[in-house]
Design a protein around this ligand. Structure first.
Ligand code: FAD
Ligand code: DHB
Length: 389
């Protein structure tokens, strides 16, 4: 097979890039190691910046999001037994869209099918080759045979554990990493959300987040130790712990019901530089991870796609390499700002095993300053709704 852009990974970044390319008349093939149903079974992010909303519109995959997504104009920070609202819209003139990553993926898959895009699922041993030279290609195994896709470029959209970044010689890549000493235990349940706006809670027992997927589906998280076992967390224990970490008005109003998804995610900050190696580009989680506290992971994948798509469009339209040459530095500038924001939200809102004294007091001072200073609230709001592309 031959295509212009071979895309490894059928997550949100691979699908979004593929659709923008298809709409621009640039041929592409998406290839993933797992099945479509497996990908659609993943429950992850839920808050979209306006930039990502715009890209989904541009991909032609935004109509269900506009019908079913929930535009939010503020978020609540809860500490000291009280809510403090950050007026995102009042401070920035921008909203965020609450719409699950699973739905985004679903809509992009539907659009890809409708526009005749090729996706190869359940491909074994996907491997990028020759990207340091002029003729890159991908090989994969299926039905006992090795297949080959020749291409002009390879987009590594295959997530943190993917093969693309690992295929780059170690000497050519530099990585930066911070691992946090806790995780998030999250559930999904068909109960109405405890609040119409998201609640980020700082509490002596640990961080908690009340989010949602719709008016009838809640997504709740609590900070937990890294060695917690999901089996030890029945729904009653989870809700009891969540309620303890919220202001009493919310705790009392909370409607509980059986969860249908429960998982623990570790928290990590990670960046690989650069994001281009000859004809191979790293995109989204393949190149960087943020702790989820700022709701930035999915949105960063989208801004990478924006920069790479612009570069590829310029290459095929004008035969100019200026855009693809600028991809890595342009993307990394925005990534490091989101890394900084996600790190600072994580530091401000979680309990750290070693934050008993000084660190704890600094956290309290920071929260108090944040909610009483318009300048500080605006800085948070501006980052939360998303810095410009
Ligand atoms: P992915 O979604 O990881 O997609 C990569 C795709 O590549 C997958 O389909 C995978 O099957 C495929 N792939 C991997 N390896 C190979 C291979 N060798 N060959 C072929 N295909 C391969 N962000 C938030 O903002 N808020 C959250 O609450 C949040 N929760 C998260 C929870 C978890 C458990 C994880 C892992 C991430 C979470 N994120 C969250 C981050 C967000 O989901 C990611 O930033 C987003 O999924 C990035 O999209 P992506 O397309 O770059 O990568
Ligand atoms: C969700 C996840 C986040 O990490 C976040 O900051 C906000 C919302 C969610 O899954 O809904």
């Amino acid at each position: 097979m031959r295509t212009q852009v071979a895309i490894i990974g059928s997550g949100p970044s691979g699908l979004l890039l593929g659709q923008l390319l298809t709409n621009a008349g640039i041929d592409n093939i998406v290839i993933d190691r797992v099945s479509k149903d497996y990908i659609l079974g993943r429950v992850r992010a839920g808050v979209l910046e306006e930039g990502m909303v715009g890209l989904l519109n541009r991909a032609g995959a935004g109509s269900r999001m506009h019908a079913e997504g929930l535009p939010h104009e503020g978020v609540l920070l809860a500490f000291d037994g009280q809510d403090h609202r950050i007026d995102l819209f009042g401070l920035t003139d921008k909203r965020v869209m609450v719409y699950g990553q699973t739905e985004v993926t679903h809509d992009l898959m539907d659009k890809r099918e409708a526009t005749g895009g090729i996706t190869i699922y359940e491909a074994g041993n996907v491997t990028p080759h020759g990207f340091a030279g002029e003729q890159p290609y991908i090989t994969y195994e299926m039905d006992g045979t090795t297949h080959r896709i020749d291409c002009d470029f390879i987009a590594g959209c295959d997530g943190y554990h993917g093969v693309s970044r690992k295929s780059v010689p170690e000497a050519a890549i530099k990585t930066f990493e911070k691992v946090y000493p806790f995780g998030w235990l999250g559930i999904l349940a068909d109960v109405p959300p405890v609040s119409h706006e998201l609640i980020y809670a700082n509490h002596p027992r640990g961080f908690a987040l009340c989010s949602m997927r719709s008016e009838t589906r809640s997504r709740y998280y609590i900070q937990c130790a890294l060695d917690e076992k999901i089996e030890d967390w029945g729904d009653d224990r989870f809700y009891d712990e969540l309620r303890r970490r919220l202001p009493s008005a919310h705790a009392e109003a909370m409607v509980t019901g059986p969860s249908f998804e429960k998982s623990i995610a570790p928290l990590r900050s990670f960046v690989a530089e650069p994001m281009r190696f000859g004809k191979l580009f790293l995109v989204g989680d393949a190149a960087h991870i943020v702790p989820p506290t700022g709701a930035k992971g999915l949105n960063l994948a989208a801004s990478d796609v924006h920069y790479l798509f612009e570069g590829l469009q310029e290459f095929y339209g004008e035969r100019s390499t200026a855009g693809i040459d600028a991809y890595s530095p342009r993307a990394l500038k925005r990534i490091w700002k989101a890394e900084r924001f996600s790190w600072s939200m994580t530091m401000m809102l979680h309990r750290f095993p070693d934050t008993e004294g000084f660190g704890q007091k600094i956290q309290e001072a920071e929260l108090d300053y944040l909610v009483h200073s318009t300048a500080a609230s605006t800085a948070l709001a501006e980052n939360y709704v998303g810095l410009p592309y």
